[in-house]
Design a protein around this ligand. Structure first.
Ligand code: PEP
Ligand code: MN
Length: 378
């Protein structure tokens, strides 16, 4: 059982946030004019948080590493002029002090910082006793515990205005995403901490403009509490993340096209209908487990037979046959071949476990009988 997190709901952060929450702004603050113009052109879309990176964590040196502290004032003023709370990324204690001194409203911890508990702890120590909301991006590697650890560290420093930003996970595979979403990870975070708001960041998930809408819609379909998108007045010329940024007007179009799903808690009728269908699922699952248990009984019987005939547990030819025939069996059903393969890998693993156990128990019995035999002869 996890220790619960102390979480102040978004409605009590002291801002008038939309639902879902809208966070937008350039990847990096580049010039004073750019920050002001972006804010002015985003303002009509009623955004809740104006973001801009001031210190940029770049993969390689000699890339644009952010304008530094001077940009804090540009951001703060642009937010003030357009009545939008501001947010910056902080990666060390110096960033925290400078952002606080500049009056930035909200801080966020970037993906490359969340991976490092030392860095997160230092930030939390610097924030001890400060009442400021902190958003935590997922670590670049798919480690849910590390993500949760950052929230626990913030809580330990007394910070309860917290939210997660899901920005996808780094992978060596070539995919259509820059960082694959692995939706199961934020969903598991939601299962464990239903009160923790999750803001989806399609910009860093996609790494391009084409997929932004689709990913944002998926996040809303799942029930995330906010959308974060990077917006630049001249995306192609942006000094960082050029490929994924959109002009404010395109940002407006994307956001307007999204369908916001209703919260089920407010729909008793829907809840009743779903309960009936879920009851069917419950009984099917019971049946599924019963069948699985029967399958394992036969597997154990085969284990005894293999032992009696001195046969090896794993027979690759049989295993290949299972994989192929089961794949064919699912061809006309609405089950993906990937799912069926994963399912049978899991079943096979459990079967091997059962047969190994059978063999070990039988051998132990034989050994004990042999020992008894020797003792009685003495
Ligand atoms: C950013 O938000 O610009 C950023 C650097 O994101 P991430 O930490 O998700 O890579
Ligand atoms: Mn960026």
């Amino acid at each position: 059982m996890n220790k619960p997190l102390s979480i102040t709901p978004l409605s009590e952060w002291g801002f008038q946030f939309n639902s879902p929450l809208k966070m937008a702004g350039p990847c990096s603050a580049e010039t004073e004019e750019q920050v002001h113009e972006t804010a002015k052109r985003l303002a009509p879309y009623n955004i809740d948080i104006l973001r801009a990176g001031i210190w940029k964590p770049r993969t390689r040196p000699n890339s644009f590493e952010g304008v530094g502290s001077v940009g804090l004032k540009w951001l703060k003023d642009a937010g003030y002029d357009n009545n939008i709370p501001t947010a910056v990324e902080v990666a060390n204690v110096k960033h925290v002090y400078e952002a606080l001194r500049a009056g930035i409203d909200i801080l966020w911890i970037g993906a490359r910082t969340t991976v490092n508990p030392f860095a997160v702890q230092e930030i939390c120590d610097a924030l001890q006793g400060v009442d400021i909301p902190v958003l935590v991006k997922n670590p670049i590697n798919p480690d849910l515990e590390l993500w949760i650890g950052a929230f626990e560290r913030l809580n330990n420093s007394g910070i309860t205005k917290i939210a997660a930003i899901h920005r996808g996970f780094s992978t060596h595979e070539t995919t259509k995403y820059r960082n694959i979403p692995r939706w199961n990870i934020p969903i598991e975070l939601k299962r464990r901490y239903p009160e923790l708001p999750i803001i989806c960041d399609p910009s860093h998930i996609c790494g391009n403009r084409e997929l932004l809408r689709e990913v944002a819609q998926t996040a809303l379909d799942i029930g995330f509490e906010g959308i974060h998108l990077e917006s630049h007045i001249n995306p192609d010329k942006a000094l960082s993340d050029a490929k994924q940024q959109v002009v404010p007007e395109v940002y407006g179009e994307i956001m307007a096209s999204l369908v916001v799903r209703e919260n089920i808690d407010q729909h008793q009728e829907a809840e009743d209908q779903l309960d009936a269908m879920r009851a069917q699922i419950d009984s099917l699952d019971k049946y599924l487990l019963e069948i699985m248990s029967q399958r394992m009984d036969i597997v154990r019987e085969i284990g005894f037979y293999k032992l009696a005939n001195n046969l090896a547990i794993v027979q690759p030819s049989r295993w290949n046959e299972i994989i192929e025939t089961r794949r064919d069996m699912c061809a006309r059903k609405n089950l993906s071949p990937k799912f069926v393969a994963e399912l049978f890998h899991a079943i096979h693993k459990e079967s091997i476990h059962h047969q190994t156990e059978v063999m070990q128990l039988e051998e132990k019995k034989l050994l004990e009988e042999k020992e008894k035999g020797t003792t009685s002869q003495e």
